[in-house]
Design a binder for this molecule. Structure first.
Ligand code: MN
Length: 300
């Protein structure tokens, strides 16, 4: 688990205001395994959750975690997107990305690529030749963020967010590392610039550590358990690897790591996201996310 690591004791601590209302747990779902692109294994983190609960997000794949043998690493062929943004965060391994708008590059260990497809783009996402030859560990996320109707036809754009730019914070107890990739948490801004208000976080909780994060009331709140065992909400509902928690209303998120973790995953790893719902009709088919079926058919 390289991503970005740091000594949490030296970092700014995140507190919630006295009287903050912890969000209750609305539902906990299990992410089924599937295959994407040329056949790399993913977990569909949002499977079984109504799109209205996910808004402004559309889709989330945990890519891997997989240990490839030499010759095995796979990517996706050239393909189009329109009407939303793809956000690719790499925890372990290397991914190359190229698009027909001149965007692209290599991301590894804590880097993020933020591609705004807007009116339309063609891109390819693939492991570099050296990784195909050597094999190795591969683990990351791809998130799809919807665009409001007013921005679906905007020109494509590309942000290359380096691991070193991620805002690093600690929980009040000092036992959790909180990486703000995009948006803001407790006044600390991540490097990713977003088209609508959202916050994107990767947190690592040591056994027994607890996070209490201030969370905007007008945001939804989703916490995906990457690995480890923990408890969500003040009601302490148990969660483990591959489960998504959808929180209800309130102005803070509470998660605690179990005291005992497995040797292979010594910490509780979380992907935490929320945003202001766009509240527009969603017509999603394959690589296109528009407002009407007519617009999707036109994209094809
Ligand atoms: Mn794609």
């Amino acid at each position: 688990m390289p991503a970005v690591t740091a000594d949490t004791l030296t970092l700014p601590r995140v507190f919630v205001a006295p009287g903050a209302q912890p969000r209750s747990v609305k539902m906990i779902t299990n992410a089924p395994q599937a295959y994407e692109g040329e056949g790399f294994p993913v977990r569909r983190a949002f499977a079984g959750v109504d799109i209205a609960q996910l808004d402004p997000f559309i889709h989330l794949d945990q890519m891997g975690e997989v240990e490839y043998a030499p010759g095995e690493p796979k990517g996706t062929p050239w393909h189009p997107h329109r009407g939303f943004e793809t956000v690719t965060y790499i925890i372990d391994g290397i991914f190359d990305h190229f698009d027909n708008n001149g965007g692209g590059g290599t991301i590894t260990d804590g880097d993020t690529q933020w591609m705004t497809a807007g009116a339309g783009i063609l891109h390819i996402e693939t492991p570099p030749e050296s990784l195909v030859m050597s094999g190795g560990l591969f683990h990351g996320f791809q998130l799809w963020v919807n665009l409001p109707a007013a921005k679906k036809w905007s020109p494509p754009a590309y942000q290359d967010l380096r691991a070193s730019e991620v805002a690093l914070l600690a929980s009040e107890d000092g036992g959790a590392l909180i990486r703000v990739i995009a948006g803001e948490l407790a006044g600390h801004k991540g490097p990713g610039s977003t088209q609508t208000p959202i916050t994107l976080i990767h947190a690592t909780l040591q056994p027994g550590a607890e996070i209490r994060l201030p969370w905007r009331k007008d945001y939804n709140a989703l916490v995906y358990t990457i690995s480890g065992h923990g408890f969500v909400g003040d009601e302490s509902r148990p969660v483990e690897m591959g489960q998504l928690t959808v929180f209800g209303d309130g102005d803070s998120i509470v998660v605690r790591a179990a005291n005992n973790q497995e040797t292979r995953s010594p910490n509780l790893e979380l992907f935490i996201l929320g945003g202001q719902p766009i509240k527009e009709p969603v017509a999603w088919m394959g690589p296109f996310v528009m407002n009407t079926k007519r617009e999707v058919l036109q994209a094809f």
